[in-house]
Ligand binder design. Sequence first.
Ligand SMILES: *Cc1c(COP(=O)(O)O)cnc(C)c1O
Length: 578
Amino acid sequence: MLIKICGITSPEVALTTAIGGADYIGLLFSDISPRKVTIEQAKAVAQAAHVGGAKVVAVFVDEELAAINNILKQVAIDIIQLHGPVVKQYLTQLDRNYPIIYVADNNEIQPSLDRFKDFLLYENIALPSKIDFRYFIAGGISKENVIARINASNCIGVDLSSSLELTKGIKDITKILEFIKLIRPERFGRFGGRYVPELLIPPILQLQQAYETIGQSLEFRNELNLLLKNNVGRPTALTEVVNFAKALNTKVRIFLKREDLLHTGAHKINNALGQCLLAKKFGKTRIIAETGAGQHGVATATACSMLGLDCVIYMGQVDIVRQAPNVAKMKLLGAKVVSVESGSATLKDAVNEALRDWAESYDNTHYCLGSALGPHPFPTMVADFQKIIGIEAKQQFKEVIGQLPYAVIACVGGGSNAIGIFGAFIENVAVKLIGVEAGGTSLKLGGNASRFSAGKPGVLHGNYTYLLQTEDGQIANTHSISAGLDYAAVGPQHAYLHELQRAQYSNATDQEALEAFLLLTKTEGIIPALESSHALAYVVKNIQQFPQDSAILINLSGRGDKDLPSLLNGELSYVTNS
Ligand SMILES: *Cc1c(COP(=O)(O)O)cnc(C)c1O
């Protein structure tokens, strides 16, 4: 469904609208409109729209041909829209390199246009029964009726204007973004989507339906919250790390959200339990999941034990060897671990194999995906199950210091712990959101998992997002000291927040993460996961950037016990040798 937003007069609004996912931005040149732009304004709006990835439509009502040509010469226009009998008479004289949006009226419902290039727009008139042309609908579209209006017609797009304003002529960006999300719930701006083979559409639609009904019911939420409280250990503590701050020689108050204290040792159980409970409620008896380091496998196997569900975990053969303790745990918990030998025999191959299983087994099986990625509805659903982290932390922060944090910092693998804590603060625009990726051993492709510094947009595992890829679009190799951050793609909502500049993304190297790991352990008696240590490392590196009287919040996504075997064999071998 194409989205055209008409009557934008400011470059800031144009940029956000374009990044928000609008395909076309309309500039009005008619004297009678309160949304009329001058040539100078039009230039600035068009430039901003293009930066955000939208096309620019010049809308003409009863304009002289010379004036139209003058505007086309000066402003970077992509498409011309024609209203009223005066301009329409110029149709044959206009530069036909521009596609045209022709506003149909009752006398001329289907004019002769180039059907491969042009569009019709039906504004407030009864649609003809047969339309063999690409067309937009417009007029009287509201939040309440937009979906019904789209569904009732074969239109390819909607054109919105006054319904997105609070006062006449002034667009409201919150309303614009709300509308776009309503029309295209599977997207975060241009990111996200549902790029899957046809075989996977039925289970995905079934899941979406279950999530939107059962998943939103009070009964389900109450049951999930009770399990999180009694079996998992929510709410988790908010801990101020005074000694750690002292070691950094700062007055900044540093708080940790202690997801490391959860049952199974990390935030992943929030999502695994949410999905498994939902699956059980909509009649599934078998759960499959992918796992890299084994953390999501253990969380899923644990949730299945709690809920009495069969569990099969797909894991790359290379990872099975590297992560023997987690493999043993999964087996103890009653899960079957399937070794994946294809490709590089690591995480991305395990995802492929799990998707293959799901396409054949969805009658009784749910695929419990481990991070805020994959095809819609996974990124939205996983973020929703993880949002409890941010909701609790926000409340705790208000109780402890009476205000919101200056910044919220989290490590970003697929992005679930980060989006979970960010989720509650996105609306508070003064709160800085900082995601920290794996800087690995080098910033060259293959030496890290920094999708935002070394990657570009592409499709992997069902969604369009930032990806580490080679020149010719193959998925690149990645490296990180922490298995949980070692993935070529990032959740699509992070790609969107990055483009909107609502969140900023940075990275920490293996070495920096390791130093932060040691510092927290020594000063506070908290052994953090190596993943979470990246968020700590960002703070260590950038402590000067925070005002001295500020308080910041770090998501401590997990505990580091799982990392000790490999650390003691490698970087920390001196501990066992001395
Ligand atoms: C898996 C994992 C991560 C990375 O996954 P996200 O989806 O980005 O949160 C981070 N921290 C810990 C402790 C993990 O186990």
